[in-house]
Ligand binder design. Structure first.
Ligand code: NDP
Length: 249
């Protein structure tokens, strides 16, 4: 029997990049997987096909994480479609960089809405479906190496948003532990995605900040998420795990 057989997962922002890698990996471990996306229906459909190719059930829901009602509806639709919700991965995020003084309030508010408030709202909605008495649940948020070490100017807004997840993770771990729900944070390092391509203009410099001297593939982040989601992760809660090639070492 696979480690996540009979479990249901929801990955926000699962149509591309790290989220897509997590969705596929959780399915390979045996979970039925729902994913949200904001705009790219075609890419979301591709991930659905990849999940289905593992033999698991899949669902894609268009839901902008900045819209609490849409996000809550996506959580409820996941549980309604698959009959449960065991694993929530708060992955969707906005990566806005630039001089601190040039950000407008709209950009600040949208970053906080997508990167911070959405994780809170989705966790609230998910916990309502998690069976604390029996099988418990897993909430795993995707932070960032940059929340731990902002190596370039221009990262203040994004780093601020990612650091907020540290407090949420610790607070929720305490609050939900008695209900058998673990809450953890995974900090990826530079990972080859549309948001941070390994052949981008500053990629060589960024890779140089890691101990391994290279970008990660999304699957390398997904492996740690799968570990936390599975039975081997059951005693880990309130933790922040760096999967960053030594970026913060
Ligand atoms: P990408 O930009 O490559 O993919 C983002 C995904 O999130 C897409 O599926 C996108 O959907 C979805 N998304 C974006 N905005 C929203 C929204 N408002 N509502 C719902 N879905 C949304 O990002 P990455 O894969 O690079 O990043 C994934 C996570 O990893 C993020 O939390 C990021 O901060 C973190 N991270 C990434 C690093 C990296 O180097 N790549 C390093 C450290 C952390 P759609 O296709 O519809 O646009």
């Amino acid at each position: 029997m696979k480690r996540l057989e009979g479990h249901v997962a929801l990955v926000t922002g699962g149509s591309r990049g790290i989220g897509a890698a997590i969705a596929v990996r959780l399915a390979e471990e045996g979970a039925d997987v729902a994913l949200t996306y904001r705009a790219d229906e075609e890419r979301a459909a591709e991930v659905v096909e990849r999940v289905k190719a593992t033999g698991r059930r899949a669902l894609a829901v268009r839901a902008d994480s900045a819209e609490p009602a849409a996000l809550t509806a996506a959580v409820d639709e996941t549980a309604g479609t698959f009959g449960a919700l065991d694993i929530l991965v708060n992955n969707a995020a906005l990566f806005l960089t630039g001089p601190f003084e040039e950000f407008g309030l709209a950009e600040v508010d949208r970053t906080l809405a997508v990167n911070v408030r959405a994780a809170f709202v989705a966790s609230q909605a998910a916990v309502r479906h998690m069976d604390g008495g029996g099988r418990g649940g897993r909430i795993i948020s995707i932070g960032s190496n940059v929340g731990e070490r902002a190596v370039f100017p221009g990262l203040a807004l994004y780093a601020m948003s990612k650091t907020a997840l540290t407090g949420m993770t610790r607070g929720l771990a305490r609050e939900l532990g008695p209900r058998g729900i673990t809450v953890n944070l995974v900090h990826p390092g530079p990972t080859d995605t549309d948001a941070n391509p390994a052949d981008g203009p500053s990629a060589a410099a960024v890779a140089g900040f890691t101990a391994l001297g290279r970008y990660a593939d999304g699957a390398e982040i997904a492996g740690t998420v799968a570990h936390l989601a599975g039975p081997d992760g059951r005693y880990v809660t309130g933790a922040a795990l760096a999967v960053d090639g030594g970026f913060t070492a």
